[in-house]
Design a protein around this ligand. Structure first.
Ligand SMILES: [Mg+2]
Length: 215
């Protein structure tokens, strides 16, 4: 018995000391570039957008009288793409570089998600943008929304400049406020898990994002 225990303890420690080597960052970057350049990324975005679009149409058809339906969109890597910047930065980029890029208002529409926005407009579903971008980027973000013809919305909700909590906490609380105002959030669309967890949406739609992680 004691020998077995000793073998167990030894094997435990030897395996613990042989943790798997992390993925090679250059190989990983190559995979990400190939994922985008092959069209797989766009196809995955389009497939999820099509599911969201179909759901909005189905849900609007079930609308009861007086029901105020709403949809929540995240912005970065959901409604629009920063790939031009991400590629330029070799899939990196400091906070300062990101802020400088976002201030330009040059993110490009992700077409199938913009189509979901247009479907919501057509169906009279109110649009709320909830973004992790800070208030100090409001002017540039509104300019970017106008540039991609998506400026019509009930609200553009941005993190306060001094916000210190997680995106999950911020976004969940903001959806809760929308619900308290009497809206039914029928769908929430985002590229991060933090866009979608926390409830207050009938359905969530998760878009791919191998570029960065927002807790
Ligand atoms: Mg995003």
């Amino acid at each position: 018995m004691r020998i077995f225990l000793l073998i167990f303890v030894c094997s435990f420690f030897s395996s613990a000391s042989l943790a798997a080597e992390p993925r090679n960052i250059d190989e990983l970057k190559n995979e990400i570039r190939a994922y985008v350049q092959s069209g797989e990324y766009a196809a995955a975005m389009a497939a999820e957008a099509a599911r969201a679009d179909a759901w909005l149409i189905a849900r609007a058809a079930q609308r009861t009288s007086g029901e105020r339906l709403a949809v929540v969109f995240d912005l970065d890597e959901t409604l629009w793409s920063n790939w031009a910047f991400i590629a330029e930065e070799d899939i990196g980029g400091s906070d300062a570089r990101w802020n400088a890029w976002m201030a330009q208002g040059k993110a490009t529409a992700i077409e199938p998600v913009r189509a979901v926005y247009r479907t919501a407009r057509r169906l009279g579903i109110e649009i709320f943008f909830i973004t992790g971008r800070r208030e100090r980027l409001r002017e540039a973000t509104e300019r970017n929304l106008r540039a991609i013809d998506c400026a019509e919305c009930a609200a553009l909700i941005m993190k306060p400049d001094a916000w210190k909590g997680t995106a999950t906490a911020f976004k969940t609380a903001e959806r809760e406020k929308i619900v308290r105002r009497g809206f039914v959030i029928v769908a929430s669309l985002g590229d991060q898990v933090s866009d979608l967890v926390g409830g207050h949406a009938e359905r969530t739609f998760k878009f791919p994002d191998p570029f960065y992680f927002t807790p």
